[in-house]
Ligand binder design. Sequence first.
Ligand SMILES: NC(=O)c1ccc[n+]([C@@H]2O[C@H](COP(=O)([O-])OP(=O)(O)OC[C@H]3O[C@@H](n4cnc5c(N)ncnc54)[C@H](OP(=O)(O)O)[C@@H]3O)[C@@H](O)[C@H]2O)c1
Length: 248
Amino acid sequence: MADQPHIRETGRRALVTGGGVRVGRSISLALGEAGYRVAIQFRTSQGDASATVRDLKRMGGRPLACRADLAEPEQITAMFEEVDRQFGGIDLLVNNAAIFPHSDPLAVSPSDWDTVFRINARAPFLCAQQAARRMGPGSSIVNIADTGADEAWGGYVPYVASKAAVVSITKGLARAWAPEIRVNAVAPGPVLLPEADSGEEAEREAAKRTVLGRLGTPQDVAQAVLFLDRAPYVTGEVIRVDGGHHLK
Ligand SMILES: NC(=O)c1ccc[n+]([C@@H]2O[C@H](COP(=O)([O-])OP(=O)(O)OC[C@H]3O[C@@H](n4cnc5c(N)ncnc54)[C@H](OP(=O)(O)O)[C@@H]3O)[C@@H](O)[C@H]2O)c1
């Protein structure tokens, strides 16, 4: 079935930032399978974005890949103009792209701080602005936050601060843009460890920090995104997908 054209379009159009790799790829595939037309943003991972486009086309979808550096506001605008041209509008934005640099707080320069905030907090906000200008009633935005947003991570202070900003942006925009546009977030726990930190030992340690005793999957995050887009009475909410890590 997976390789047979079987997708039935619902008319809903989505943009997933970082939608060709890892968690973003699973979100793109889940939305495509559910009948959304999906625009997949990439910056450097053109091969992965193209592979995701190919996979969705094989299933009968009509996806789109678009390149943009989300640190550059004019590239964000151009990306939304392209989605408009190809899809004629947008109903769901998934702000998934982010960077996750490890850093000693004493070594973080102003420019390091700005880079993290430009990509992880300003870009989701600017993308939400662009989306909202084009969205009609019944549309939604789902931001990908992190359970770390309300934890103490000494080696990732700019990152967790940027994810706390994402939660704040989620709540503020949910209020500002109600009732037309709902704005929610998913806060994943350990799902796919950063490639540099992966390996069985690191996975075992991460799994121990959950109450379910295992890592989540990118599909777990994707299902939460789909749920939030389909939940007409949910806005300003942050759903943890963390195997109960927050209970430890
Ligand atoms: N993985 C986890 O277990 C986990 C846990 C908690 C939260 N999260 C959150 O879930 C989301 C996805 O996580 P992930 O691990 O799958 O992400 P990832 O692989 O680290 O990054 C996703 C994408 O972000 C894009 N990106 C980075 N800087 C960019 C820029 N300046 N302009 C445009 N795109 C840029 C990259 O695109 P290119 O490759 O095209 O350059 C990258 O493919 C992130 O928001 C992350 O913070 C993940």
